[in-house]
Design a protein around this ligand. Sequence first.
Ligand code: ZN
Length: 176
Amino acid sequence: MMRKVCANCAESPEFDSSCMATCPTLKCKVAYDDTCRHFRYSLYMKYFTIKELCASEMAKKYHIDNTPDSGHERNLRLLVVRVLDPLREVYGKPIYVNSGYRCERLNALVGGVPTSDHVKGRAADITVHSREGNMKIFNLIQSLGLPFDQLIDEKDYTWLHVSYRETGNRKQILHL
Ligand SMILES: [Zn+2]
C-alpha cells in the first residue's frame, strides 16, 4: 500500500485508490481513507452551509422552525464532508440542495415518509438543474467511490436523493 503525506496537515493517510474523497481539511487533494485522523474528526464544510441544507419555502410559508438539533447538524456535516463536498470539488460547478434537513412537521407537510433520512439530517435532494448534469453527478458519485447509504435517481434525473450514515452504508442505488 502506498503512503502519502499531506503537506499541509502533516497527516499521512493510507492511500486507498477506491476512495477519491479529498482531505477534509481541504488543503490538499491527497486521496485518503478513514484511517486519516482528519477524515474521522473534521466536520469542516467547504461548499455547503447548514443554512442551505435547512432552507425550505414550505417551512417559511407555514412558519415552521426547521432548525436542526446538534445531532442532526452533525449528520448534515458528515453528509457534506464525506459525500457532497468531495463530489462538488471534482464536479467543479455549483450543486444545489432542494431539500436537506426536514423536521418532522415539515417532512409530513411535504409528504415524506416518517422514517425518511431527511428527518435525521442524513439525506439531501440535489440538482444541477439539468437531467444531463444530474446524470453526470449520479455517475460521478459512484465512479469516485464516495460512500453513501442510498443514491436515488428521482423521476428520470429530475433530482437526486443521496444519503449517508456514519456506519453501515448500504450503497443502495435506485431509480424511482
Ligand atoms: Zn430525498
